[in-house]
Design a protein around this ligand. Structure first.
Ligand code: ZN
Length: 68
C-alpha cells in the first residue's frame, strides 16, 4: 500500500471528479485541502466541460483542402 504524498503516513487513494476522472492522490487528512484547490463544481456537476469550445470538425475540414 502506498502512502500519501502529504506526509501524514496514511494510505493514499485517488480523488476523482464527477466524471470519474483522476485529479490527484489524497488521504483522509489532506483530502479537504487538496479538494479545495479544484473548482467545486467538477465534483458535483458531470457536465462541467460543456461550456468549453470544442470544434475538432472545423480543423479537420481545413486539412482536407491542404492535401493534394
Ligand atoms: Zn494526504
Amino acid at each position: 500500500m502506498k502512502l500519501c504524498f502529504c506526509g501524514s503516513g496514511l494510505p493514499r487513494y485517488e480523488l476523482v471528479d464527477a466524471r470519474g476522472i483522476f485529479c490527484t492522490y489524497v488521504c483522509d487528512k489532506c483530502e479537504k485541502t487538496k479538494r479545495s484547490r479544484y473548482r467545486p463544481d467538477i465534483f458535483t456537476d458531470s457536465d462541467y466541460w460543456a461550456d468549453e469550445p470544442i470544434e475538432p470538425e472545423d480543423t479537420s475540414g481545413r486539412f482536407r483542402y491542404i492535401a493534394p
